[in-house]
Design a protein around this ligand. Structure first.
Ligand code: ADP
Ligand code: MG
Ligand code: MG
Length: 861
């Protein structure tokens, strides 16, 4: 296949083949913009190079020499000719932009003789030797892997010795002297064609520089893509005072404001702008000094934005008052800018609503919901973990929930640092600005609760060793954090930093609301929230939730005014005592559920029957057991033996879910009475409650029939003579492989199915979700899995079970409604999959609702 393309032979569609930079250089050439001519070696050639053991394919050099001849003709100069030299830049460029991650060499084709020729021909020796030293420096760094600092230092010393303040003081003779010193430091080939070949190889190799690898890892860019190599005729910003280089954005990349925004350096090569060695001037300086060039730049940027219909980030150079375009690409932008630009462009008729929706990423949406750590301000990352709950938070370290409450009381912001969290830590989690745990994955208690509360959290920070007793947390590198130390969490990236790092404010905007309204218009999937408290439900509704997809009733029993009642019920010696406790618990449960119906007036509320093993409600330690016995007026030994008796070897696969209903039907009766009682009460108060009763952890249809009978009987009893007509449904959670494989039978007994993908993933893989944090990072590292299956739904196996369940159950019972309520319900990739599967709704934490609305729309447009 053809490996080399001239700039006239490609266009913007050729990103995969020519890399983004190359494809856009072709496109700009086609548009008639002043682009220095050149050619591109394709990305498949890069893959060939690696497969070949890092050797260029045999015929490649012949092939690019043909292209090179044509470039020479067009430029009217010759590569390697001292009398009329043509120089090249050799530039990297992948299909997906990786700014600054790979290498570029400028001024290639210079040697002693040609540098002299260039000086002669241009009558500008200062420029010629400045260019030469730049070339040696870059070639030594990129091709010969030498330390660039050594060269910089050499220049620094030279200037110091002569009392020069800046590079501007350097004369032709000075640069010539520098060239001599550099030549002593780097023994580079004088033959331009050898230089070219080595440079092409070096650019291919730069695909695997550590920083490029890390960048791809972070941004989910496949390693297999490879980079193209662009070989382009040089133009010279360092030619003199009517020359220079600049970078510009067609709109402001941090605010989105529709104002051309850029920076320019006179008498400088492009690398000087990027390297930050000199401080550039605002673009207006160019307008003052070279107005004709500025006009051309301004026209070009407007043309490019109209042509690409997106905000562009451009690189350009001015040589002797002539303007040249060197790069254009879609500009990186902040979340706020992204939304503003998308909405503005729809208003201006540049793009339509659907395109606008596709321009906004989930991270962009997050920026409106949480304060975010300013990426430019990041320093001192001391450890990392899973990005469990987005946003940024700063506070003083505390090591227990009680301490959190105590310290937060006098207005101090706290970060709760734990090995892991349990339901008993809730009070501390509520007051914390952020939560950091050593253990646990994306579905650990800490992660789920923090997301629910919209509190920033990092879990599974396995490089951290937390010793709550000693009041220390130590990183692998030996940094020891103590109680009261100030740290900042970036829950969006999973990074822990020392000190108070600046953050951007969270606040909605009219543009954001406009975008969300478009999302609602263009999606089919409904979005519900997982919520137990009225505050969460109200919040969720404000954020656009269309009901509750999962109310975990167990959370309602942890509050201090009822937890002991719950425990007494569990420890009850006989059925009668248990029933009397249940009666009292019903009052709490009914009031809680009533509040949810009120908050979700008119919308469905899915209430899941009690799910966790009962021992989760009981105290663990000796002391707490004793205290409980005291409060319940029971013999300590009795409480103790009950606790021991209830404990399980493998609680996640143990006595939980609907198995509780089978053994303790009285608990289920109480819950149903509370749900229906609350619904009747709400109806009488003028609301429209819509309960959906959900049976957890089902494995077969007989369970559902048995529990369904209990539910029906309870409903009949509560409704009794009452003449209210209630709308309600009974359904099941699909979270065991067996439920999915037997969905055709389950379908005969339910009105809805909701995929509980946390458990379904756990049971499909046999990975305990509470322990997987220890090995999943290794699995990702070694590429045994593509994504953490607890974060992004495993479409291949778990997804296959879901598909089977939907197809087989629908064949039996057309009316079934399908939802998902695992943590995947808020993950954009998983939402896309759920859309394709034809589910009716996704349910996620309240703060994920806006993200899910946008993702659901993106899946549909
Ligand atoms: P990156 O991908 O890191 O931005 P580039 O390939 O864009 O690397 O090169 C960096 C800079 O080098 C450009 O911004 C530009 O200023 C300069 N440069 C690249 N090619 C040329 C050229 N043909 N003439 C002049 N300057 C160039
Ligand atoms: Mg660039
Ligand atoms: Mg479950």
């Amino acid at each position: 296949a053809k490996r080399v393309y001239l700039f006239t032979e490609g266009n913007r569609e050729d990103r995969d083949l020519l890399g983004g930079k190359g494809a856009n250089l072709c496109e700009m050439t086609n548009l008639g913009l002043p682009v220095p001519f050149g050619f591109i070696i394709t990305t498949p050639t890069c893959r060939e190079f690696f497969e070949n053991g890092n050797k260029l394919p045999n015929l490649l050099e012949q092939e690019y020499r043909v292209a090179l001849d044509l470039v020479e003709k067009k430029m009217d100069a010759r590569f390697g000719d001292p009398d009329n030299p043509l120089l090249f830049s050799v530039r990297s460029g992948a299909p997906i932009s990786m700014p600054g991650m790979m290498n570029t060499i400028l001024n290639l084709g210079l040697n002693d003789e040609i540098a002299e020729g260039l000086a002669r021909k241009t009558d500008n020796p200062r420029f010629a030797y400045d260019s030469y030293r730049r070339f040696i420096q870059m070639f030594a760094e990129v091709v010969m892997s030498q330390d660039a600092h050594a060269f910089e230092k050499e220049i620094e010393h030279y200037k110091k010795d002569r009392g020069y303040a800046t590079d501007m003081d350097m004369t032709a003779a000075d640069w010539r002297a520098i060239v001599e010193r550099f030549k002593a430091m780097a023994d580079f080939p004088q033959d331009p064609f050898v230089q070219l070949r080595l440079a092409v190889e070096a650019v291919f190799l730069s695909w695997h520089t550590p920083r490029a690898n890390v960048y791809r890892e972070m941004n989910n860019i496949p390693d297999s893509l490879g980079t193209a190599v662009t070989v382009q005729s040089m133009v010279y910003g360092n030619f003199g005072d009517d020359s220079g280089s600049g970078v510009a954005f067609t709109r402001n990349p941090s605010t989105g404001e529709n104002l051309f925004f850029g920076e320019f350096l006179f008498n400088a090569a492009g690398e000087d702008v990027v390297a930050g060695t000199r401080t550039p001037q605002p673009i207006s300086a160019l307008a003052d000094k070279l107005p004709a060039v500025y006009d051309q730049l301004n026209e070009t940027q407007a043309l490019l934005e109209r042509h690409y219909r997106d905000m562009q980030d451009i690189e350009f150079t001015v040589q002797e008052g002539r303007f040249y375009m060197l790069q254009t690409r879609s500009g990186k932008r902040t979340g706020r800018a992204s939304v503003k630009i998308a909405v503005d462009m729809v208003r201006d008729g540049l793009i339509n609503e659907k395109e606008a929706l596709l321009r906004v990423s989930p991270d962009h949406v997050e920026a409106f919901l949480h304060p975010m750590v300013d990426p430019d301000a990041k320093t001192d990352i001391i450890t990392t973990g899973l990005p469990a709950s987005p946003g940024g938070a700063t506070g003083a370290i505390v090591f227990s929930a009680d301490e959190a409450v105590k310290v937060a009381r006098d207005g101090t912001a706290v970060i709760l640092v734990r090995r892991e969290t349990t339901p008993e830590d809730i009070h501390g989690m509520k007051v914390a600005e952020g939560i950091l745990t050593e253990l646990g994955g994306m579905t650990s208690h800490a992660a789920v609760v923090a997301r629910g509360m919209g509190v920033c959290a990092i879990t599974g920070a396995s490089g951290l060793s937390v010793d709550a007793e000693a009041g220390t947390a130590t990183t692998k590198d030996g940094v020891t954090l103590k109680r009261g130390d100030i740290i900042t969490l970036d829950g969006t990236a999973g990074e822990v930093m020392l000190g108070d790092i600046p953050k951007t404010e969270a606040s909605s905007s009219d543009d954001f609301q406009t975008l969300l309204s478009w999302a609602d218009k263009h999606r089919r999937l409904k979005v519900r929230a997982n919520a137990e408290t009225p505050e969460d439900a109200i919040r969720a509704r404000e954020l656009g939730a269309e009901g509750i997809g999962l109310c975990r009733t167990e959370h309602m029993f942890f509050d201090s005014d009822r937890i002991d009642l719950m425990r007494a019920m569990i420890l009850a010696p006989d059925k009668k005592t248990r029933k009397s406790h249940l009666k009292k618990l019903q009052v709490f449960q009914q009031a809680d559920i009533y509040a949810l119906f009120k908050a979700m007036d008119g919308l469905p509320v899915t209430v899941r029957l009690l799910d966790p093993p009962l021992h989760e409600f009981l105290p663990h330690g000796e002391e707490e057991t004793r205290a409980l016995a005291g409060r319940l007026k029971l013999p300590v030994a009795e409480v103790h033996s009950a606790v021991t008796e209830l404990s399980e070897v493998n609680p996640m696969l143990g006595f939980r879910g609907c198995r509780l209903s089978v053994v303790y039907p009285e608990i289920t009766r109480m819950q149903v009475r509370a749900i229906i009682g609350a619904a009747i009460q709400a109806t009488e108060d003028g609301y429209q409650p819509y309960p959906e009763i959900m049976i957890p952890l089902t494995v077969n249809v007989r369970e559902i029939r048995l529990i369904g009978d209990i539910i029906d009987a309870s409903i009949r009893r509560v409704l009794g003579e009452k003449s209210v007509s209630l709308r309600y449904k009974v359904g099941t959670m699909m979270e065991t492989p067996r439920a999915c494989l037997g969905a055709d039978r389950l379908a005969t007994a339910v009105e809805f199915m909701s995929f509980g993908t946390n458990d379904l993933t756990q049971m499909t893989y046999g990975f305990s979700r509470d322990d997987a944090g220890r090995f999943i990072p290794q699995y990702l590292d070694k590429k045994l899995i593509e994504h953490d299956p607890f974060i992004s739904l495993d479409q291949r196996a778990v997804g296959r079970l879901m598909r089977l369940a939907v197809e087989e159950s629908r064949a039996v019972n057309k009316g079934i409604k399908y939802g998902i309520c695992g943590e995947h319900g808020g993950d954009p990739r998983s939402i896309q999959f759920c859309h394709e599967l034809g589910l009716d709704y996704v349910s996620c934490s309240p703060y994920r609702v806006p993200v899910a609305r946008v993702a659901a729309a993106q899946a549909h447009v």
